[in-house]
Write a new protein. Structure first.
Length: 346
């Protein structure tokens, strides 16, 4: 007996056609309540200074009803509500924009990062870890990362006898920029400066924002002489394009101090650290042209393998050397800024 069997046809969808529902949230990466997570749910979320706002940012740079964020089935839409200082996505002013994963929303002086993924908790904790190493405004490394990296590079430099230099940049009269153009403009200057410096350094270099308008650049395999030349070139390139905010050009000049590992002598036996002599070469300031300040002299500081800090803790000599080379760069930066200010007031 022959039995006919029907062939069952199964429709198999492509993997790319199956779109799992992703969770979404905003994370504060710069400003008040750093690291706070704001989950996005269906409906409307108003961002503003008002106590009635679903996402309240109590800061004078934020309007009472500043922006609106709407989560729909097709995506997340952010729109400006006629705010005084505007709403920005990835540094661009917007009236309305559909967000994609990783977008940065700037409301006043606060920056929120949009995350949308199937594993939102993992993405959030990854972002929190990133915030411990990176400055949210400039996207450069922070002071903590700089010190850890510098200690490692000092250790490697001493072990293998390789050159190492540090350049410390600072915006001249940064407080004046904030007063004259506003803190939002000051933030914009720092953000633009971080981008310009970051585009012009090597992969093995590390750029960090250390405080206010100060940045530090660690350059392995470059001597102090080479770092001075690099500083001239970076300042010249940075000065070729004007800084601006809201179609207003902002005059910006920088100063920089340079220090090299060859200026430190690390002792192999226990000894008290020698007091550094007055710094000379390596400090300079630039506005439209480059000028060197100081005479050709060197710094010598001795470190034993283990030195006691003022707090009584035992500190490795490489920690001390890292602090010393960075401090030397800052001393020369301060001198350069003083010379630059004296020239401007003449």
């Amino acid at each position: 007996m022959n039995v006919r069997r029907k062939t069952v046809v199964t429709v198999i969808s492509k993997i790319g056609d199956r779109r799992p529902k992703a969770d979404a949230c905003l994370v504060v990466i710069y400003g008040q309540q750093l690291g706070t997570k704001h989950p996005l749910t269906a409906g409307e979320m108003v961002v503003g200074r008002s106590s009635q706002a679903q996402l309240q940012i109590d800061h004078e740079s934020v309007s009472r009803r500043h922006a609106r964020i709407v989560l729909t089935e097709s995506g997340v839409l952010v729109s400006d509500l006629g705010s005084t200082n505007g709403t920005y996505v990835n540094d661009d002013p917007i009236q309305e924009r559909t967000l994609t994963h990783g977008d940065l929303i700037k409301v006043g002086r606060t920056i929120l990062k949009y995350l949308s993924t199937d594993d939102i908790e993992a993405a959030y904790y990854e972002e929190i870890h990133r915030l411990s190493t990176v400055d949210g405004l400039t996207r450069c490394y922070n002071a903590r990362s700089l010190r850890e990296h510098l200690i490692r590079e000092v250790s490697r430099s001493v072990r293998y006898g390789r050159p190492l230099s540090v350049l410390v940049f600072d915006v001249d009269d940064f407080a004046r920029i904030n007063e004259e153009f506003g803190h939002l403009a000051g933030d914009a200057v720092l953000s633009q400066l971080g981008k310009r410096l970051g585009r012009r350094i090597r992969r093995e270099d590390l750029l960090a924002r250390t405080a206010g308008g100060e940045f530090a650049l660690v350059t392995p395999e470059i001597s102090k002489e080479g770092a001075e030349y690099l500083g001239k070139r970076l300042l010249r390139m940075i000065g070729e394009t004007a800084f601006g905010f809201d179609d207003v050009q902002i005059p910006v000049t920088l100063s920089v101090g340079v220090a090299g590992i060859e200026e430190l002598r690390l002792a192999e036996t226990d000894a008290e650290p020698a007091s550094p002599r007055t710094p000379g070469s390596g400090d300079f300031s630039v506005d439209s042209s480059f000028s060197q300040v100081g005479n050709a002299s060197s710094i010598t500081s001795e470190f034993s393998l283990n030195e006691s800090s003022r707090s009584g803790e035992v500190v490795d000599r490489f920690h001390l050397a890292a602090d010393n080379i960075l401090g030397l760069g800052r001393q020369r930066l301060a001198r350069a800024k003083g010379e630059s200010k004296a020239r401007r007031t003449v």
